[in-house]
Ligand binder design. Structure first.
Ligand SMILES: Nc1nc2c(ncn2[C@@H]2O[C@H](COP(=O)(O)OP(=O)(O)OP(=O)(O)O)[C@@H](O)[C@H]2O)c(=O)[nH]1
Ligand SMILES: [Mg+2]
Length: 455
């Protein structure tokens, strides 16, 4: 058994007991034994090191065996008859001291949980008691092998599960929404050749056996003109604050250095940064390479990767790169249920699809003022009946959106319906009504009504 001499989190305590049992089992130790385990501060471990080893240092773990064993040597209680504690009839085989502060620092350094680090240090101490050491390289390898086998068996070996938030930022039109759709493998965010397509933060969730990555698509950086632009800016700031990794997207067709310098000013805080050079399918290698070389000399980021969000080029490499930097867990940690691929509901997705098709079909002056609200979604009907209001900013825009003999709105409606049917895999009847909300992009109340404000 373990005699705990200090208070420690219940879950860690349970795992330490599992580690203890596994070591006892591995070395076929008798049941009637015990170890003392203490968690101490830096000062204490330093003093112990000084007193017992004449080393003036803070270390992570210190072990004092009370018995002398060699690896694989059997421990026989009959050899220690006189050392058995009459109170509980157990033989004390050693004291282990773990420095909590060092354990915390190391867990952060290695990117795994404190639980995992403490179990590692305790198993290390237990093996020292059993006669393992790491003075010679050979012995060290043996010790670490046994240690990791024990921890792996308990599933607290290596932290396998990766989970966290990854925010995509970049100038408008850089391809952020295209990238999130590509990485998640579903249509999460709408995409268009026009600028300022994305208006708020949209989460796209990537799941596999050993990870969950919550991608956050943000509105692109652009010049502020109306009140909605302020909200879009706030959305970007909000997403950046809560993220573990930032994907900074720039366009391979424009000057790389210029784009990098412009955007890096907005991200002065500590998050891992991956700089992505997008749209490489549309550029020549010889043109991008010299710029890339120059950029790699000055860019203060953790990684640089050329990709094509549209074609999926290097997206598998990107997923592995992200996993490398995400926090690790020794259990399955998911923020969202595995079947969810976005935080938006079906109504919101449908409204965005309609806006996407409107952006596609309409001339440049109108699209930015368009907003769509799904007012009814009758799931029980066959085909599914969907009603939506398409808002524009001016009375004069209405006839343009409707088109001659209603042809424009028919085109928008058909394109929207096909995409919605593809997403929900059911037949749909789509009814779109065109409405006017004068100058709504400068109207704080209207922005809030459309759910586009940062709460
Ligand atoms: N050739 C090519 N085009 C791309 C790529 N990625 C995105 N695009 C195109 O670039 C345009 C803009 O893409 P979006 O994904 O909407 O860009 P965004 O960064 O989300 O834009 P905002 O939402 O306005 O900030 C669309 O026409 C995309 O098809 C790419 O890798 N290659
Ligand atoms: Mg977008």
């Amino acid at each position: 058994m373990i005699e705990f001499n200090s208070k420690i989190d219940e879950k860690i305590m349970q795992n330490l007991t599992r580690v203890y049992d596994a070591v006892v089992d591995f070395a076929s130790l008798p049941k009637k034994i015990k170890v003392n385990l203490s968690f101490v501060d830096e000062k204490t471990i330093k003093r112990l090191n000084k007193e017992t080893r004449n080393i003036d240092k803070v270390t992570d773990v210190l072990t004092f065996p009370y018995i002398e064993l060699k690896p694989k040597q059997k421990l026989r209680l009959s050899d220690y008859k006189f050392d058995i504690d009459p109170e509980d009839n157990r033989l004390l085989i050693g004291d282990i001291y773990i420095c909590t502060k060092r354990a915390e620092e190391q867990s952060e350094e290695y990117g795994h949980s404190l639980n995992r680090e403490i179990c590692f240090l305790f198993s290390h101490g237990m093996l020292h008691i059993l006669g393992y050491d790491h003075i010679e390289k050979n012995d060290e390898e043996k010790m670490l092998k046994v240690q990791s086998e024990i921890l792996e068996k308990l599933n607290i070996g290596r932290d396998r599960f990766k989970c966290g938030f990854v925010t995509i930022i970049g100038e408008t039109n850089a391809g952020k929404s295209t990238l999130i759709n590509q990485l998640v493998g579903e249509k999460v965010a709408i995409v268009s050749p026009k600028s300022q397509t994305t208006r708020d933060n949209i989460k796209g969730i990537y799941n596999d056996k050993n990870s969950q990555i919550v991608f956050v698509d943000t509105p692109g950086y652009h010049k502020r003109k109306t009140k909605i632009d302020d909200e879009m800016d706030k959305h970007i700031k909000e997403a950046i604050e809560d993220t573990e990794i930032l994907l900074i997207l720039i366009d391979a067709k424009k000057s790389l250095i210029e784009q990098y310098e412009k955007i890096i000013k907005n991200v002065s805080f500590e998050a891992k940064k991956i700089l992505l050079i997008n749209k490489i399918d549309e550029t020549k290698y010889e043109k991008v390479y010299p710029q890339l070389l120059e950029l790699s000399k000055i860019a203060k980021v953790d990684e640089i990767l050329p990709i094509s969000a549209l074609k999926g080029t290097n997206c598998d490499i990107l997923i592995e790169m992200i996993k490398k930097y995400l926090p690790s867990y020794d259990y399955e940690m998911r923020y969202y249920p595995v079947e969810n691929y976005t935080d938006k509901n079906l109504r919101e997705i449908c409204a965005e699809v309609i806006r996407e098709k409107a952006l596609l079909c309409l001339d440049d002056e109108i699209p930015h003022g368009i907003q769509v609200v799904v007012t009814d979604f009758k799931e029980e009907t066959e085909p599914i009946e969907i009603y939506a209001d398409l808002y524009c900013e001016r009375e004069s825009h209405k006839p343009i959106i409707l088109g001659k003999n209603g042809e424009k709105i028919k085109e928008i409606s058909t394109k929207s319906r096909l995409t919605i049917e593809w997403i929900i895999e059911k037949r749909v009847n789509l009814n779109i009504y065109v409405k006017v909300k004068e100058n709504w992009r400068n109207d704080v109340r209207a922005i809030a009504e459309f759910g586009l404000n940062v709460e």
